[in-house]
Write a protein that binds this ligand. Structure first.
Ligand code: HEC
Length: 121
């Protein structure tokens, strides 16, 4: 039956769409988890050690850009996968590098997906 076929095609496309959305949600949640585990100790909110006004990563970015971009990475809309991969694989100033065995490329892509989902415009 023609109607039956169209209905099932519609049903399937809605279903595939929802699967894709679900995967995005999982990726974003995974990115947030990885970031919280490996990055927020330096890039989170709150006071730094020894009376520093911010945590070291947050503070370094605040000083480096003189307040032109938000100091929290997830609030920036200019942080893309190329920057994250370069900095995370090589380290930058006092930020240590991370190996693939600690944080994979796909973890980094998930982190950027999370940034994109919460970044200020
Ligand atoms: C030990 C502290 C520390 C940890 C852990 C850390 N960072 Fe950093 N990060 C820094 C510091 C400090 C800077 C600023 C470096 C500089 O002076 O340019 C920085 C800079 C960056 C930058 C560059 C921002 C810019 O615009 O220059 C990115 C991107 C970044 N970190 C991502 C991450 C990610 C993702 C993680 C977790 C996988 C992470 N960092 C973990 C301390 C840290």
């Amino acid at each position: 039956m023609r109607i039956g076929r169209i209905t099932s095609i519609l049903f399937l496309s809605v279903w595939f769409n929802q699967m894709a959305w679900g995967q995005d949600d999982n990726r974003i949640a995974h990115g947030k988890r990885v970031f919280e585990r490996y990055c927020t100790l330096c890039h989170g909110e709150g006071l730094g050690a020894d009376g520093a006004p911010m945590l070291p990563g947050t503070h370094a970015i605040y000083i480096k850009y003189r307040g032109e971009v938000p100091p929290l990475l997830q609030h920036r809309s200019d942080v893309n996968i190329e920057l994250v991969k370069t900095v995370v694989r090589n380290g930058l100033a006092s930020m240590p590098p991370f190996r693939q065995t600690e944080v994979t490329d796909s973890d980094l892509e998930a982190i950027v997906a999370w940034f994109d989902s919460v970044a200020d415009e």
